[in-house]
Write a protein that binds this ligand. Structure first.
Ligand code: SF4
Length: 246
C-alpha cells in the first residue's frame, strides 16, 4: 500500500504542525511554543493541521512532565512524578490517529523538537542504567514516519537553517504533486510524463537518483502498476532529500 493518500487535493497544501508551535496553550505547564515564522510566514502558504497527541489522549493541561525510558527502538513514555507508563495508550492512539483523514492528507509535518511525543530526533532518553542519551524519536513522530515513510518531516528548530527549510518546502510541494499524480487511475503514461516534467529538478538534487528512476521506468511496464508507483514515490522523495535534513 502506498504511503501517499490519493484523495483530491486542495489548492493550498495541508501541513501538519505540533499545536504548541502555533501558540495553542497545550504544553504540560499550560504554556505554548509559538513560532512566528511558522505561524505568520508558512501559515500564509500552507493550510495547517494542528495536533497535540498528549492533549488528544486526555492527559490534560496542566499535566505531569513525561520522558522516554528504555531503548531507542522501543522507548517507554513514563510520567516523571507518578511513574505511570503511558506507552501502550499513546502508541495505540497515534497508530490510529495518523491514519485519520486530516493527517493522511498532509503533505508535510512540522514537529516540536525535544518532545518525547513529537520530537523527531535527538530526544532525551533514559537508558536502563539511568544513563541519558539524545538519540530517541517521540512516539507520535515515530508512528508518523512509519506510516508515511516518504512524508517530509522537520522539527521547528531545523527551519532556522535556510537550506534545510527550503529543502523541506520543496519536498512538501513535490509530495503534493505526487499525490495529484496518484489521483485517478494509475497509468504508466502519466508516470512517464510526470517524470519528464520533474527531470530537471531531480537532476539538480541528485543526478544519480534521477538515473535510478529512469531505469525503474524502463522496466515499469512489465511490473504491477501499484508496485511501480510505490517504488517511484519512495525513490522520488529520497532523491529530493537533502543530506542532514529529515
Ligand atoms: S510537543 Fe506535541 S505533545 Fe507536546 S505540547 Fe506540543 S503538540 Fe503537544
Amino acid at each position: 500500500m502506498t504511503d501517499i493518500e490519493t484523495d483530491e487535493i486542495n489548492t493550498t497544501l495541508a501541513v501538519g504542525v505540533s499545536s504548541c508551535l502555533l501558540g495553542k496553550r497545550v504544553r504540560f505547564d499550560g504554556g505554548h511554543k509559538h513560532d512566528r515564522y511558522i505561524a505568520e510566514v508558512l501559515g500564509k502558504v500552507f493550510t495547517f493541521v494542528p495536533i497535540c497527541p498528549e492533549v488528544e489522549t486526555g492527559m490534560g493541561v496542566p499535566r505531569e512532565t513525561i520522558d522516554l525510558h528504555g531503548t531507542v527502538e522501543a522507548p517507554h513514555l513514563v510520567g516523571n512524578e507518578t511513574g505511570a507508563d503511558r506507552t501502550t495508550m499513546m502508541n495505540r492512539y497515534v497508530a490510529r490517529r495518523v491514519q485519520q483523514r486530516d493527517l493522511a492528507r498532509t503533505c508535510g509535518f512540522i514537529l516540536k523538537s525535544q518532545s518525547p511525543t513529537c520530537g523527531l530526533e535527538k530526544v532525551r532518553l533514559y537508558g536502563s542504567s539511568g544513563r541519558i542519551s539524545y538519540r530517541a524519536t517521540g512516539l507520535f513522530a515515530m508512528a508518523l514516519s512509519r506510516r508515511y515513510p516518504s512524508l517530509p518531516l522537520i522539527e521547528e528548530r531545523s527551519l532556522c537553517d535556510t537550506d534545510t527549510r527550503d529543502n523541506f518546502i520543496t519536498r512538501v510541494y513535490a509530495y503534493g504533486r505526487l499525490r495529484q499524480l496518484w489521483c485517478g487511475k494509475i497509468s504508466f503514461a502519466r508516470l512517464v510524463e510526470f517524470h519528464e516534467r520533474e527531470r530537471y529538478m531531480l537532476m539538480t538534487h541528485s543526478s544519480q537518483r534521477c538515473q535510478i528512476l529512469d531505469e525503474l521506468l524502463l522496466t515499469a511496464d512489465k511490473r504491477r502498476p501499484a508496485i511501480v508507483r510505490d517504488q517511484y514515490a519512495t525513490m522520488f522523495m529520497q532523491a529530493l532529500k537533502r543530506v542532514h535534513s529529515s
